[in-house]
Design a protein around this ligand. Sequence first.
Ligand code: LFR
Length: 480
Amino acid sequence: AGARSYAAVDLGASSGRVMVGRVGPDSLELTEVHRFANRPVRVPEGLRWDVLGLYAGVLEGLRRAGDGLASVGVDGWAVDYGLLDADGALLGNPVHYRDRRTEGVAEKVWASVPAGELYAATGLQYAPFNTLYQLTAARGTAQLAQAGRLLLIPDLLTYWLTGEQGTELTNASTTQLIDPRTRDWSRGVAERLGIDLSLFAPLRQPGDPAGVLRPEVLEETGLAGPVAVTAVGSHDTASAVAAVPAGGERFAYICTGTWSLAGLELDAPVLTEESRAANFTNELGLDGTVRYLRNIMGLWLLQECLRAWGEPDALGSLLPEAAKVPALRSVVDAGDAAFLAPGRMPERIAEACRVSGQPVPGSPAEITRCILDSLALAHRRAVGDAQRLAGRPVDVVHIVGGGTRNALLCQLTADACGLPVVAGPTEAAALGNVLVQARAHGPVGDLAGMRRLLTRTQPLTRYEPRGGTRRWEAAQARLA
Ligand code: LFR
């Protein structure tokens, strides 16, 4: 009784999905209605997103969701954007954050605003693909010169659905143009770098109304109007963190998928020089929170190997074999930006092992084990560093997202961290998306109330640490 349905559009780097969440005062059920591939395309200019293909997938998903939706919300990966001309038409295909155009750009930016000042003002870790570096790389291009508007990917799709433009705050915080203390634009930084903030549409908060589906969208999807569209934590990681089923405050989280995003939820940013040196980021979360975390390469390392082996679906059979390979024979630094670009991943991993004087993994099972050990090790380091830098000890590590399906990774993470791991939900980003909509339209309470509902309704698996944290310390020392 009293349950309502919300559609969550969740766009990841390898697939997009439309899920329908049915939320009542004491119930929460999520159904996948459509999943579609997200395939980056290499053209002569570089690596691009097929954003029209994604939009078509979204429309098909809404059609399958059918009538009775109280609202629709869109989240997706961060930092990337589409440019619109003065008539609102998209200028070319959005550039992929793994494109090479940002190589060497940071040094140019730091010549105008030193890296230390940039961190103190924006709290963002250095990643070559932060929107700020992308915009600097694009300076002087015909496309940017023609642009009247910049919309981050989820905001672009929301615009196509509604005709209304906005810049949702959690994702805006990944541009490196937001001050995490004021949660507003960092005008000083933008000015010094010659970035025109009027390219951005006005800021929107998660939960704000974002319009209604356009009549043409209703016609194409066969839905009966009106259907509201609601701003959610449109950065997928913000939605995923909102759906971490934590009880109290003493928890760390790891959002797993193409990336592993590991850290803490805080009330205020940590902007110290030590934090910058450790490359921790202060992205914005729901209700005034800060997502204090580090980006780790994540299951991308494995996805790329599977692609290289021509066996994209072989993980199920590889994992039992990888579990039999001796632990911690060789590890790589899973935080290293050297693994950012696509291509030749098995060779690059083997090479990293050779250079650091470790046994070189050869078979797919050995390479898989090396990757999982390396991810668990990077999880351990990020969870440990975050506690130390923020002065906030934790008792439990929550793993959400695609990695929850990988029991070996969850167990190794518990072992490495020396803490219990609670794994689940898998579709955290979609659940966070749905719950923010439900809160805007119904009886769901604050963040703590959302988390209680998740704890009561979602299947969770607990992994206890099996001891032996010394071995992980020793493995870490090999990478120093
Ligand atoms: C995860 C994610 C990360 C962001 C990376 C690039 O999907 O959104 O949080 O750093 O993708 O956008």
